[in-house]
Design a protein around this ligand. Sequence first.
Ligand code: MLT
Length: 409
Amino acid sequence: MTLINDHYQKLQAGYLFPEIGRRVSAFQQENPDAAVIKLGIGDVTLPLAPAITEALHAAVDETGEAAYGYGPENGYPFLKEAIAQHDYASRGVEIALDEIFVSDGSKQDSGNVQEIFDIGSTLCVTDPSYPVYVDTNVMAGRTGGASASGHYEGIVYLPATEANAFMPGPPEERVDLAYLCSPNNPTGAVATRENLSQWVEWARRNEATILFDAAYDAFIQDASLPHSIFEIEGAAECAIEMRSFSKRAGFTGTRCAYMAIPKTVMGRSASGEAVSLNTLWSRRHSTKFNEVPYIIQKAAAAVFSPEGAAQTGEQVAYYMENARRIRQGLGDAGFAVFGGEHAPYIWMRTPGDLSSWDFFDQLLQRSHVVGTPGSGFGPAGEGFFRISAFNSHENVDEAIERISKGFGS
Ligand code: MLT
């Protein structure tokens, strides 16, 4: 038989969200009449905004009138221009079109980006963190096995706790790669300018690279908070940024995202020569990926039109009203709740010292509500639980009532 990639054997469990889906399906099969409310995976529940579906229809018509074969490998200029203008120039950040790489998702980007770094690179993650960062490095063979506590050998874990407002600073030791996410999945915390400046200063001093995941930036409510790491001086020398249309505009099923890699971010070859990460990613992207379809890029560009921006802004506001209701409702019921002010996720302590998975199971069985166990995001997530704001106001109100009745103090 053919030898497999043995690093996969180190993975401790199946991927988090399919495991949740499996448990929910089993419950629903046994309890077909239970009205289950899903506040688990952060998947949008509102339809695509009219400005986006109009752009999709128009683009479909265009593809019936002329051939749209392979497009430009890193994305169409019309989309990259809109990104450069609205996501960057409007915030005083200069990003050139050849520094933008359009892709089919931030999950893919955040999982694939590690390929351009040496297998011996060291890395740190905040704990808890989006599981893709850790799992893809395990699969690549960049770590040892997991300890009984769930920590993989070779990864520096930075606990995100109430004491550091769930936004830990850089490690004391040097590491090559630092995964950072703000607004944060899963804790819902947000990085301030001071937080990011500390990281950028550390990365420059240590010649490290920050992999910054800004998939949730549209949920930031306070205009003084940074949406992009490139708003921080010096970041264009040490950071790569990942952004997505998934949550900001309902593209979880439509798929469009991008990475911004300034040409000034350098790595080093084994022989000591400085190499541009932009060039490396461009090589990787053009070899392993054929562009996001023309019609989808047209739809993504419509997010930046005045109508698209207004309509998707209303959708974000709708979800943030849910986040407010969840924070308030669970807080009133005596739970310790965090996040949810600049992110669509509320991070709560499990009641009565229940483990994250025990609370998941009890909540499903007794209240018919689905959330996400904090321990699925890393060992420091044990004893916490994530509630997503992606659902209707009615379902959120009903879920809060059920949780409060079943588990509140
Ligand atoms: C989540 O619920 O953490 C996210 O929706 C997962 C993802 O975006 O891949």
